[in-house]
Design a protein around this ligand. Structure first.
Ligand code: PLP
Length: 421
């Protein structure tokens, strides 16, 4: 089936009432048929509902539908994008291990990897997404994950998937892609050879800025890379916290299963059923929205490119952009609604942001309502001066998340703001 059909139907079997819309199963727990049934579920002899911290029938549709869109085999929903990223890391790395992360990532990912996980004894080594061969020099026997974004936020670089996949496969290291900005409508990292995809579902998934959420998706046959691989001994040795279960021996997708059985069980950042229902509503129109976001962003990027106050525009759909050929290679049908541009100074950038009327000054992306952000003073404010330079964020950088308003109205809004800036 094609992606748009999957977006409408994947993962949902109509119930005995013939309910067309996926129901919201707003329940904490589920009654077992009897104690044997309960024991079978806990022992994984049978799969089914136990407790909403671990699984929920509405969340299950969200997970199956998103996995289908990304071309993955299984998924696990989380309460936020940050929880998804943390769980993807914590599923493979422990004290004494390291992970390799692109310098150009969302600010929350930089603080998580540069500070918070350091307190758990996990080291982060950074590579320049513009120069991914650097990864090779950073890998050692303790390296557990290479993490990057398909389109970086807010420097708007496009990752060179081929090089990253070649290196990670050569060393048997898992690759994990944050595909929040590109979405599976424009880019499917698993089809490009990556192992794990993570998302903030808070962005384009709901599409209207309605709910915080995240998801982790794994590719088919990931067990082939993990089974017998000493880097991932936790998957190959008995898990004492689960009666000696060996994940790589199970006939089930092992990465997301371990997130569910271990991390959701013990840390508990599960999505609420209502939020999962909102993500499902969003997924149904994701492709239609993404095409409009992208078409509008391209027109705005062209307008900005010709404006005398704009020093530089970052949008991979522009032929002049340094990422254009990479986007042509890895993206299909569009380049998302996120772009950034640079003006002379921080003061000018802030004046422009404060002067827009339709674009709202907000720290979010992927909303139907257009958003203007000054990353250096907000989303990336907690980065050091050096981290800001490495993430490609100057004081004069402005990020736009182009919404679904009329494109001409948005251009006029920016034009007026630039005059005042
Ligand atoms: N990944 C990217 C690319 C983001 O832009 C964000 C948030 O802005 C996140 C992850 C974190 O997601 P959440 O806010 O859902 O925790």
């Amino acid at each position: 089936m094609k992606q748009q059909t999957l977006a409408i139907h994947a993962g949902y079997q109509r119930d005995s009432q013939g309910t067309m819309a996926v129901p919201i199963y707003q329940s904490t727990a589920y009654a077992f048929r009897d104690t044997d049934h309960a024991a079978n579920l806990f022992e994984l002899k049978e799969l089914g509902n136990i407790y909403t911290r671990l699984m929920n029938p509405t969340t299950d549709v969200f997970e199956k539908r998103f996995a289908a869109l990304e071309g993955g085999v299984a998924a696990v929903g989380t309460a936020s994008g940050m929880a998804a990223i943390f769980y993807a890391i914590a599923n493979v790395a422990e004290a004494g291990d390291n992970i390799i992360v692109a310098k150009q990532v969302y600010g929350g990912t930089t603080t998580l990897t540069g500070h918070t996980i350091k307190r758990f004894g996990i080291e982060t080594r950074y590579f320049d997404v513009q120069n991914p061969t650097e990864i090779e020099g950073l890998i050692d026997t303790k390296t557990k994950l290479v993490l990057f974004e398909s389109i970086t936020n807010p420097s708007i670089d496009v990752a060179d998937f081929k090089t990253i996949v070649e290196i990670t496969n050569q060393y048997g290291v898992l690759s994990c892609v944050d595909n929040t900005v590109a979405t599976p409508i424009f880019c499917t990292p698993l089809a490009l050879g990556c192992d794990i995809v993570v998302h903030s579902a808070s962005k384009y998934t709901t599409g209207q800025g309605l709910a915080i959420g995240g998801i982790i998706i794994e590719r088919e046959n990931l067990v082939d890379k993990i089974k017998g691989n000493s880097r991932y001994y936790h998957f190959n040795e008995p898990d004492e916290s689960y009666h000696g279960l060996i994940y790589s021996d199970l006939p089930l997708p092992l990465f997301t299963l371990r997130v569910r059985l271990s991390l959701l069980r013990d840390l508990g950042a599960a999505p609420s059923p209502f939020n999962s229902w909102l993500y499902i509503q969003g997924i149904e129109t994701l492709s239609l929205r993404m095409k409009q976001h992208s078409a509008s962003a391209l027109e705005i990027a062209k307008f900005l490119e010709n404006h005398p106050k704009v020093l530089k525009v970052n949008y991979p759909g522009l032929e002049s952009d340094k990422n254009y050929s990479m986007a042509q290679k890895y993206f299909k049908g569009g380049n998302s609604g996120l772009l950034s541009f640079e003006v002379e100074s921080k003061a000018m950038a802030q004046k422009i942001a404060d002067s827009t009327e339709i674009f709202a000054v907000v720290v979010n992306i992927g909303d139907s309502k257009s958003i203007i952000t000054h990353p250096a003073s907000t989303t990336h404010q907690q980065l050091s001066a050096q981290e800001l330079i490495e993430a490609g964020i100057s004081g004069g950088l402005i990020r736009l998340s182009v919404g679904l308003e009329d494109t001409q109205d948005l251009i006029e809004d920016l034009s007026r703001a630039l005059e005042r800036g």
